[in-house]
Structure formats: C-alpha cells, structure tokens
Write a new protein. Sequence first.
Length: 167
Amino acid sequence: MDRNSPDYYVEPTVSNSLDTTRALISYIRAFPQPRLVEPVLTPRFAISCSSRLLSALGDMARADPSLPVQTHISENRNEVRLTLELFPEATSYADVYDKYGLLGPRTILAHAIHLEEDEIVLLKKRNAGVSHCPTSNFNLRSGVCPVGKLIDRGIKVVILFCLLVRH
C-alpha cells in the first residue's frame, strides 16, 4: 500500500514495496517441500495502491503465473465510487485490476458485493474467483454477494464462514 491508508501501513516507496515483496516470496519459496505456506500478491485494494504500484505488481504477476493474487473488490458503494474517481481511465472496479494485469485465473477477489454486469463478464473471461464471507459483510452491513448469480455464470466462488466472538 502506498496511499490512502494509515501511516503505519503505507510503504515508503514503490521500490521498497516491490523489494520486500520479492524478498518475502523468495523466503517462502525456500521452505522445504511440502510447503504449508504459499506467497500471494496482495494489493489490499485499489484505493490503497497508486497506478505505479499496481502496474509493478501486475508485471510481477505476469512474470510468475504461478503466483496467486488476492485483493478486495466492490465491498461497498462508496469504495466503488472512490476507486473510479482514483482510476478515471477504468470503466469499472474490475477493469482497474484487469488494466494492471492483476485479473486472471489465480486471482481471488474478496467481497464482490456490488459487481456490475460487465464486471461479472470480465471475471468469467479472466477465470478469476470470488471469496465471500457472509458473516463479515452482514456485520459491516455492506450488502450481500450474489453468490448464486456468480455460480450460475461460471465464476469460482469460495464462501468463508467466520465465527465472531464477543468478549
């Protein structure tokens, strides 16, 4: 993340972010087989990443097609609006990730509550998947992912159930 995040999350430079990402990937891949941990490129969400960072991460993903990508998409309407303001060249939130080479068969998109029809078509075309946690989205009151519609359209969907414990 290099913008729109708390100071303690923002990385000092894109170059620093890429260097530490490459180092972590190498470190994890050096674990003995079978590995119980795998590296995943994780731009938190488009709002927290500059075009320069997303472009570099897309280059990294293209250079290593075995590397999964996980990020957020369309969790709430304000997030969608802000994303489109920050990336005016994109036609949709999913198009942001696609333009930067981050949307493909190893991509997992969290939430996907407010997808437009063209985004569903694009996710299917790129064979990207969706991860949905109804407990999280219910508690955030962000909406309901159209899981049935996505499955009917051939989108890979993983449903996570989170247990919330109050102390």
